[in-house]
Design a protein around this ligand. Structure first.
Ligand code: NAP
Ligand code: ZN
Ligand code: ZN
Length: 364
């Protein structure tokens, strides 16, 4: 096992940090390997979480390959964390030992700007502190959930409804909230035609939420291969993006399109599918953007927007909604030593529909 990441042995002793096993990418694009990382000593408002499961988001792959640039290495990815409270600081009031909890993409924000005060910490004007690939308030790198334990301020810890299994709940912390939030914001519901483009980790959660909210749901995928699964999850219609006659027939038909595509693509053709004043929300973050044909928006007064995960209050609402409606992710549980193969399979679209890591071997 390598040196303790991001901290010298002397500092680690002085700060009395906890150490935990983790999987890290040492450099952009390098295979992830076992390391040991520090976790800060519990402050008064901190919670120590024994991580049971962590989902594998496509954003982990973008960042570990530094496709968005500016990445902080070594990098321990993982922001779909579920586990159990294993310790609490002296001033913690909202959680008790043994509580099932989750941590998503953020572990802090400035808490002072207008978006923060409105509960939209993900849009913090100074930038939220992300669960990994970020710097904490003391300037130390943050490390994510491909690890055994994590220390997080209680204000950024979510409560998982007790009857939900922690493995299938893990992807709710990112894939779940990233699809729930725009569907709520643009009022997906009865009488609305909603299309989900890209039927992967985010896409399959989008179908479940849009259906539970009462919308008529259509899935657009690269092939016919996932049609049966999409229908089983609640899609009313499904068609391939390569089926030109199906695309032609559905021009001007959707109120809302959620675009989850992870790779560079031309979105102009997909804008034609929006009805008058319809909205396409992009949530996928491909390494390169798209060229926009302004006429596609102008001629039908269409809207193009983006959406970033969700704030803490909304994420808790989403988890409670999942608890009430028994909504969970469809997962393939994996061992951490197969993570590099799992990344390759995500890139090939070969996952049904989220890999979730069993973090037990990483707990000391
Ligand atoms: P994923 O499981 O890999 O799903 C992405 C889907 O995109 C694939 O399943 C595929 O759908 C489709 N796709 C991939 N390449 C394509 C191409 N060249 N043309 C058309 N479709 C293509 O990834 P994910 O975890 O859902 O994440 C999706 C994207 O959202 C990533 O870019 C991720 O970084 C981003 N993300 C954003 C936020 C946010 O806050 N906005 C949060 C989380 C993730 P089919 O197999 O059905 O064809
Ligand atoms: Zn994510
Ligand atoms: Zn802020």
């Amino acid at each position: 096992m390598s040196e303790l990441l991001g901290i010298s042995k002397h500092e680690s002793f002085a700060r009395d940090v906890l150490k935990t096993k983790a999987y890290a990418s040492a450099r952009p694009g390098e295979a992830l390997a076992l390391v040991e990382i520090p976790r800060r000593r519990l402050g008064p408002h901190d919670i120590l979480i024994d991580i049971h499961y962590c989902g594998v988001c496509h954003s982990d792959i973008h960042q570990s390959r530094d496709e968005w640039s500016g990445g902080i290495f070594p990098m321990v990815p993982g922001h779909e964390i579920t586990g159990v409270v294993a310790g609490a600081g002296s001033a913690v009031t909202r959680f008790s030992l043994g509580d099932p909890v989750g941590v998503g993409c953020m572990v802090d924000a400035c808490r002072e700007c207008n978006p923060c005060l409105d509960g939209d910490e993900q849009y913090c004007e100074r930038g939220p502190i992300f669960t990994y690939n970020s710097k904490d308030r003391n300037g130390a790198p943050t490390y994510g959930g491909y690890s055994g334990q994590i220390v997080v301020d209680e204000d950024f810890v979510l409560r998982i409804p007790r009857h939900l299994p922690l493995d299938r709940a893990a992807p709710l912390l990112c894939a779940g909230i990233t699809t729930y939030s725009p569907l709520r914001h643009w009022h997906a519901g009865r009488g609305q035609n909603v299309a989900i483009i890209g039927f992967g980790g985010l896409g399959h959660m989008g179908v479940k939420f849009a259906k539970a909210m009462g919308a008529h749901v259509t899935v657009l995928s690269r092939s016919e291969q996932k049609a049966a699964d999409a229908k089983k999850l609640g899609a009313d219609q499904y068609f391939s993006l390569n089926d030109q006659s199906a695309l032609q027939k559905r021009k001007n038909s959707f109120h809302l399109i959620l675009n989850t595509i992870s790779a560079p693509h031309d979105l102009n053709g997909y804008l034609d599918l929006l009805r008058f004043e319809g909205t396409m929300v992009v949530v996928g973050v491909p390494p390169e953007g798209s060229n926009l044909n302004h006429a596609k928006l102008i001629l039908q007064r269409r809207n193009l927007s983006g959406s970033h995960i969700g704030g803490l209050v909304e994420t808790q609402k989403m988890l409670d909604f999942c608890g009430q409606n028994d909504i969970l992710s469809d997962i393939e549980l994996i061992q951490i030593d197969t993570i590099n193969d799992a990344y390759d399979r995500v890139l090939k679209g070969d996952v049904r529909y989220r890999f979730v890591i069993d973090c037990k071997p990483l707990r000391q």
